[in-house]
Unconditional design. Structure first.
Length: 568
């Protein structure tokens, strides 16, 4: 039985005629389109303020952003425009006694909300399509425009705040300038830094991924940062050429160590992750459901998994070096494409400090040799040697950094004391390179690493799934609110018979704002993944309840208002 039928128990009269129905609906549609267009334009220009003030965009980029921001702002303006249209139209009808005429003709208040419900249904359908497909794609393109010129963005941020954060490191500098582009490689970007200071960070064992502490520091009088965009995604590779550069760790090798900075000419290359990344708000509904079904595809999970593999490969290679030092020969070898680097340390002591192998000489100094094609290219001795291995699983190789303190370099009949810092790429042994085939499930089971490491991967998986669930429920709640808000707008419009329909709109905005606040609050609650997801209570149930509580309040308010109108 239809609610608008004359014999319906929910109606006190007959339904609206077709002519009256479309007369009201056309008025609603006209005001709705004008209001949504005006609101979308205002909100789009408002969204441009942050990129304009913080990222130093040019005119073409501003036009592109306006193009991409408009669909997103239109989506968020739709429920407000529908609410405004219903309060204005029904408020005008009430002021002109058209509502009284309809009631005198036997048309119920509930039947008169029919055009508003049709408008709300259309707005809900449009919002659902925009939120699930158009807005994620347009927002991602807008973010990509902001970061399309990383060199200009870095220079602008340093000029404004003297710092910029890029992935796992932060760059500080006194100022930055953009040099002329390279004609041979126009796709490469560059920025010149004066007085740069680069901090790299790491996550201590057993701590969540977002907890980071400084690992090493790089300094120079001047530097040129070269940025090359990757063609397959939005990430980029950064290499910094340092003038009078020096690097030193945040923690020294020992309490009695007098280690200072080590001269260096380059920082990197390092990968700058995509600033857009795999954020749930940038993903359409199909991608979200696919990622929810298989979280191992998520960048957040892949990042932790790749970190585990890199650490395991580096530790396995260091274990091989330790085995060589503990053998009767007391020697370990490292191989580059064209050279063999051998370290001999009889009676030495060694330990792992900050994931690096530190060798301290005993009665005899550490001997270091570089051989190429059977010839000795370099021979030196020193009291201490530090070996750092940075695995690169995708290429089955590792970056090896050696630091030999106070090295005596033999050259003919003379010896020169100088720090040695050879850096080279070593192919990984086949058994260690095979670690890259380890899967997400193997680490999550706890058979490869301890429980704390497995918990870190579980946190990444749970956090990703929670973000997806929060995004899905938030979008659904927003769509439903579009349909419910028109009932409140039409009811308040009919109640304010004085013609002051702007007052009705102001009153109806209160539940709309409350609903939005609760949706956002509930989404953040869902995304608040506990540090120990296996044992700590999940925030999902509470967050989902908060997300839908706004719509429950709107629905209850609409029922109360319509019931009050029906009693008149």
């Amino acid at each position: 039985m239809s609610w608008f039928a004359p014999n319906s128990p929910y109606a006190s009269g007959r339904a609206m005629s077709r002519t009256l129905f479309w007369y009201v609906f056309k008025d609603l549609a006209r005001i709705f389109l004008m209001a949504s267009g005006a609101l979308a334009g205002i909100m789009s220009f408002g969204a441009l303020l942050r990129p304009l003030t913080q990222n130093g965009l040019d005119g073409y980029q501003v036009l592109l952003l306006l193009r991409y921001f408009t669909p997103a702002m239109s989506t968020y303006s739709l429920p407000v425009a529908a609410l405004f249209a219903t309060t204005v139209v029904y408020g005008r009808m009430s002021a002109d006694n058209e509502i009284t005429a309809c009631r005198a003709s036997g048309i119920s208040f509930l039947a008169m909300t029919g055009p508003a419900m049709l408008l709300g249904t259309l707005v809900a359908v449009a919002s659902m399509y925009l939120l699930c497909f158009t807005v994620p794609n347009a927002t991602m393109k807008g973010e990509a425009v902001v970061y399309s010129n990383l060199a200009k963005l870095i220079a602008h941020q340093i000029e404004e705040t003297h710092q910029t954060g890029l992935g796992d490191f932060t760059v500080y500098a006194e100022d930055a300038t953009l040099p002329e582009s390279n004609a041979d490689h126009p796709e490469d970007q560059a920025v010149v830094l004066r007085g740069p200071l680069i901090f790299t960070y790491e996550t201590p064992p057993g701590m969540p991924a977002y907890y980071r502490v400084p690992k090493s520091i790089w300094s120079a009088s001047k530097a040129t940062a070269h940025i090359r965009q990757n063609t397959d995604d939005q990430s980029a590779a950064l290499t910094v050429d340092l003038d009078n550069g020096v690097t030193f760790p945040r923690k020294f090798m020992g309490a009695k160590s007098t280690e200072g900075g080590v001269a260096t000419a380059q920082f990197g290359p390092v990968q700058i992750p995509s600033p857009v990344g795999q954020k749930t708000k940038f993903m359409n509904i199909y991608d979200l459901k696919t990622l929810q079904a298989d979280p191992s595809r998520g960048d957040q999970v892949k990042s932790v998994l790749n970190q585990f593999i890199k650490q395991d490969q580096a530790q396995a290679r260091i274990a091989q070096l330790v085995a060589g030092l503990d053998s009767p020969a007391a020697r370990c070898d490292l191989r580059s494409a064209d050279s063999i680097y051998s370290i001999t340390a009889e009676g030495c002591t060694h330990k792992i400090v900050n994931d690096a192998l530190v060798i301290t000489a005993g009665a005899k100094p550490i001997q270091f040799r570089q051989e190429s094609s059977g010839q000795v290219r370099l021979s030196a001795t020193g009291p201490m040697c530090k070996i750092t291995i940075d695995s690169q699983p995708d290429f089955d190789q590792a970056r090896v950094s050696l630091e030999i303190k106070d090295a005596l370099v033999e050259s003919g009949d003379t010896a020169t004391q100088t720090p040695l810092t050879p850096n080279f790429t070593e192919p990984l042994p086949a058994e260690i390179a095979a670690y890259k085939n380890r899967t997400y499930e193997q680490y999550l089971s706890g058979n490869i690493r301890d429980a704390k490491a497995s918990e870190k991967l579980l946190f990444a998986k749970t956090d990703l799934v929670n973000h997806i669930i929060g995004e899905l429920y938030a979008r659904a709640a927003f769509v439903v609110s579009c349909l419910l808000l028109v009932l409140i707008g039409s009811s308040l419009g009919m109640m304010f018979r004085s013609g002051n329909f702007l007052t009705a709109f102001a009153v109806s905005v209160i539940p709309a704002m409350l609903s939005t606040v609760l949706i956002v609050t509930g989404q953040h609650t869902v995304e608040g993944t506990p540090l120990h997801p296996a044992t700590d209570p999940s925030p999902l149930a509470l967050g989902i309840s908060i997300i839908w509580s706004g719509n429950a309040i709107i629905c209850l308010t609409a029922i109360v208002l319509l019931a009050r109108l029906q009693r008149k």
